[in-house]
Ligand binder design. Structure first.
Ligand code: FNR
Length: 356
């Protein structure tokens, strides 16, 4: 089964409102569609007679060594799609040796997410995603919850000064979580209330010094997620980021930005190897992972496919998604004559329909 087929299976088990919440994007969903289509515009140019029987696909990331260059991007409210929610996702990611990025909008408290991951692996890499708040004490409270739970890195999402306009949710009148669901990490903190669909304080008043303060206030590495402009990638590194994640939030924020993968080469060049560059948005096949790595990413995140796996088959489904991508990627690496991730280089990617 391909990851695209999994979406159809998830659609059958989910009600239309949660399905739309996950599947949808902002505005006319132009960026949502382009994230996937963009990968079709790239082709791989394999090298021959340079491979080996076994390949090493492991990757070292801040606060994590992963079996493959694929991690679980932060997506909200897993209990909305499966009764086991984030606990199932956490066990699956840990069993597959992949980083799980849980976050502020999880329907399971971070302490319980890390505990579930530890049922599957002794030292599972769990990262915590948050938004910066102009009131530093709100940010510090969230950071403290993540540190206390045993997270090994933080992900600060910077592409959301305001919440995106999600057309399908607006049409469906989906503004609050159903009774019994809450953003557990927001309990006791200022915001719209843990059962609001946007329980997370986001603010356009947040600026670079707030990032620097957050970096100073924790001993954990801080990755900055949602960077598209190369100059912002440079600023992120200058303000202490341990990694930069090229992302347009899966097409859920500004509906006029480029596909995420199209922003990768310029960001890679700007960062110049100082910190790892990661990418998410539209990754659906192992060959997409290979293209992203060849264009300079150290690893990629997957958002919706993980949620489809969770909805369709719970923990097993999430494991299937991660294992499928890892196997497809390893196969692609073999077909391209590579032995390790670094063997995929920019000269091995061409624009589809012609070299260069
Ligand atoms: C997201 N994403 C997201 N990002 C983030 O930083 N904090 C969050 O709470 C969420 N929540 C969220 C919910 C849902 C339902 C989706 C689909 C996405 C964005 C996510 O981390 C990632 O950037 C995209 O999902 C990547 O694109 P793909 O893999 O879904 O195409």
């Amino acid at each position: 089964m391909t990851l695209r087929e999994l979406r159809h299976r998830a659609r059958k088990v989910l009600g239309p409102i949660p399905y739309d919440y996950v599947a949808g994007g902002a505005g006319e969903e132009r960026v949502l569609a382009d994230n996937e289509k963009a990968f079709d515009r790239y082709a791989l140019l394999p090298r021959v007679l340079s491979g080996s029987e076994t390949r090493d696909t492991a990757v070292d990331l801040p606060g994590a060594r992963q079996a493959a260059p694929v991690l679980v991007a932060p997506t909200a409210f897993h209990r909305l799609v499966h009764r086991d929610g984030e606990r199932a996702t956490a066990r699956a990611a840990a069993a597959e040796g992949a980083v799980l990025v849980t976050g502020t909008a999880a329907t399971t408290a971070v302490l319980d997410v890390v505990a579930a991951a530890r049922e599957a692996a002794p030292r599972p890499p769990v990262w915590f995603q948050l938004y910066l708040h102009p009131r530093g004490e709100v940010t510090r409270a969230l950071v403290w919850r993540a540190e206390d739970a045993g997270c090994t890195a933080l992900v600060v999402t910077v592409d959301s000064p305001v919440f995106g306009r999600h057309t399908r949710d607006l049409r469906n009148g989906f503004t609050d979580l159903p009774p019994g669901f809450a953003a557990e990490n927001m309990r006791g903190l200022p915001g719209a209330g843990p059962d609001a669909l946007t329980p997370i304080p986001m603010s356009p008043a947040v600026r670079w010094p707030d990032l620097a303060e957050a970096v100073r206030g924790t001993s954990l590495p801080v990755l900055v997620k949602g960077v598209l402009h190369p100059d912002d990638a440079k600023l992120a590194v200058e303000h202490g980021a341990a990694g930069v994640i090229v992302s347009n939030h899966g097409g859920r924020q500004c509906d006029a930005v480029p596909a995420a993968v199209d922003c990768l080469p310029a960001v890679t060049e700007a960062v110049a190897g100082r910190v790892p560059v990661l990418l998410d948005g539209g990754v659906r096949r192992g060959s997409d992972v290979a293209v992203a790595l060849a264009l300079g990413a150290s690893a990629v995140g997957v958002g919706r496919p993980v949620v489809w796996g969770l909805a369709a088959e719970g923990e097993t489904g999430v494991r299937r998604v991660l294992a499928t991508l890892r196997d497809e990627y390893d196969h692609t690496l073999a077909l391209c004559g590579g032995r390790r991730n670094a063997d995929l280089t920019a000269d091995m990617v061409v624009r589809n329909g012609g070299a260069g």
